[in-house]
Design a protein around this ligand. Sequence first.
Ligand code: NIG
Ligand code: FE
Length: 422
Amino acid sequence: MAILFTGIKQLLTFAGENAPRAGAAMRETGLVKNAAVLVEDGVVAAAGPRASVHRHRLARKARVIETGGVCLPGFVDSHTHAVFAEPRLRDFSMRTAGASYQQIKAAGGGIVSSIGAVRRLPQKTLAAQLAERAQRFLECGTTTIEVKSGYGLSLESELKMLRAVREAAKLTRLELLPTLLAAHSVPPEFNGDAQKYLDYVTAEILPKAAAEKLAIFADIFCEKGYFTPEQTTAYLKAAARLGLKPKVHSEQLSNYGGTRAGAAAGALSADHADHVYAEDIAAMRDAGTIAALLPASNFYLGLAKYPPAREIISEGVPVALATDFNPGTCPCWNMQFVVAAACTHCAMTPEEALCAATVNGAWALGIGDRTGCLAPGMRADLAFFDADDYRELAYYFGASQCVMTVKNGGVAWQKAPSRRAK
Ligand code: NIG
Ligand code: FE
């Protein structure tokens, strides 16, 4: 049965070119005031001014939901590490006492400290935990997330993490797109020999993940003390030959060359981009690589430096925003906070930030042709907010304003009715 969401004060459709949005196009929200969205069979039948949507032939028999507020395409969070066993509270305490990322790693914290518990837990438990976290994402208006492995760092445990994503996808309405991130760090068994570990990943883990279709993307952490730019290009090319789409963690802690290395392998996105220079930005533009910025991690790490979004946008590289949700450097699943941080710390406009969190997030996952914007034929992935103006989503921060999330045309989460608090 068709559903008619109506009485929407402001609808941002982001309808436009069937491609990632760059430059001025990132500010084209497709704003419609007094709007409605008509949905049938999981897709958008019409989205636009209330009066014209109500005239659609399917509207007459549709179930009507009066929503009010602001409606956007559901957030597409293109970068998360949402499968993990435990929060890293020891790292957190050390950080609040002044320790840096590198000092925490040297003291036995960091990425590798997450592997023990992930290796111990059964797949079923990891899947159940992920499904519970998925609910938190839905409650904040997110309808699709990418999920990385990378806390197993062995054949068995990396595949277990990816299988847990597959299992969790059956327990939640949130769409989960898996990424193999076996090249996240060098596990202790390899005594710091990054090349030997990468050879093992390439020979053993990549082919099995590809054969079992456990991952859509392959990612690598290119940084001093992790993997070099040369290793990054070679690894991502090997992954691409097996059908996994390349992504890269690059220029997070220093300017090290990961962005150019990723672009050379045709990376769909280069993520973090905190320390990119002009040549890195040019490489992304020339390769068609999207810059996925993760400012909630900068916030959480207490960094003064944020990614240079203005430079990246003015050079014509499409920008996506994502949470980087993970137990070490960003325990935040709320894309509304990411949007707020991008506006206040990266000088992005609310229009650009919302575009980056929806349509460009979808393109950073290669699914922009079916989700991320609201036009006839697109998946009916919608988020509704208790707000009068879409800019309030970036203005009020630290709490969720989401009241309803719709995935594939079905209500995936709805807030219990309460009086408006603000
Ligand atoms: O994106 N940089 C590498 N990976 C994560 C951190 C993961 C962790 O600390 O557990 C990131 O920040
Ligand atoms: Fe990350």
